[in-house]
Design a protein around this ligand. Structure first.
Ligand code: NDP
Ligand code: 8X3
Length: 251
């Protein structure tokens, strides 16, 4: 198809799986994240079939985001799809026990980072004439759960931003899709529990969670519909999960 797809958080999980999936359909890739060595490895892996441009920046750093996009070579300035995927949860604590630093990092990454990247890339999507923004929300942005407080709030914000974008960008013909996954086995829980692998693994015990590939397939499907069709809002969970709270787990 030879589109250009800009993916944030391509060093792991959904973003990395999206890079592989879109490469299979011949799309060129701008892959971003903080871990340069992982972006370089993906470029080595996928670069034989499609063009890959790694861009290293922290989405929390507003100047770095705008500088990275402003510095895109001319050949990379026609962007068709922006996948706002970079994000994280930090901690799972009662509200009064939560860490202010964790709260700020989640809001700075999941909300402000998504806003910075969108604002920086939008002129290029508008110029393309058929742009598509795909935001990764979460079931945590549909219902709050105990000890989810600020992470849930950040994903409720992604839901609201997606709805607002869809209205404000109508006149530019830009599609806006929000995808809200349930539990998926990526590095998400290792990051959330700060490297405590036994706590992280417990999240996925007793049922089969989504994989990164399940979510990437869904993102790719939403990006492969005819120009007049837009999936606005999509919640995807594994079969053992009903919503943000209810699971059926085997003992
Ligand atoms: P991973 O931890 O596997 O991947 C997260 C990605 O985000 C990494 O590539 C990481 O790159 C990037 N990232 C995090 N912080 C920053 C930052 N400050 N600047 C730039 N990039 C950053 O998690 P997932 O793939 O599971 O998560 C992807 C998205 O999906 C997140 O928004 C998450 O909230 C959401 N989600 C996850 C679910 C799950 O259960 N896994 C379910 C629902 C939603 P690097 O560290 O190299 O910068
Ligand atoms: C990640 C899914 O349920 O851990 O957004 O919040 S959950």
């Amino acid at each position: 198809m030879n589109r250009t797809v800009f993916i944030t958080g391509a060093t792991s999980g959904f973003g990395e799986a999206c890079a592989r999936k879109f490469a299979q359909s011949g799309d060129h890739l701008i892959l971003t994240g903080r871990r340069k060595e992982r972006l370089d490895a993906l470029k080595d892996e996928l670069g034989e079939n499609v063009q890959v441009l790694p861009l290293v920046f922290d989405v929390q750093d507003r100047n770095a985001v705008f500088a990275a996009v402003a510095g895109l070579p001319e050949a990379w300035r026609k962007i068709d799809i922006l996948i706002n995927n970079a994000g994280l949860a930090l901690g799972r604590d009662y509200f009064e026990e939560g860490s202010l630093e964790d709260w700020e990092t989640m809001i700075d990454t999941n909300v402000k980072g998504l806003l910075y990247v969108s604002k920086a890339v939008l002129p290029l999507l508008i110029a393309t004439g058929n742009g598509h923004i795909i935001n990764l929300g979460s079931v945590a942005g549909k219902e709050v759960y105990e000890k989810g407080n600020v992470y849930c709030s950040s994903k409720f914000a992604v839901d609201a931003i997606s709805k607002s974008m869809r209205i404000d960008l109508l006149r530019h013909g830009i599609k806006v899709t929000a995808i809200h996954p349930g539990a998926a086995d990526t590095e998400f829980s290792s990051v959330r529990f700060k490297g405590d692998e036994s706590q992280a693994r417990k999240i996925y015990e007793g049922y089969t969670p989504l994989s990164a590939e399940d979510v990437a397939d869904t993102v790719h499907y939403c990006a492969s519909l005819p120009p007049h069709v837009c999936i606005n809002d999509l919640v995807i969970t594994c079969t053992a999960q009903a919503d943000a709270i209810y699971f059926f787990k085997k003992a």
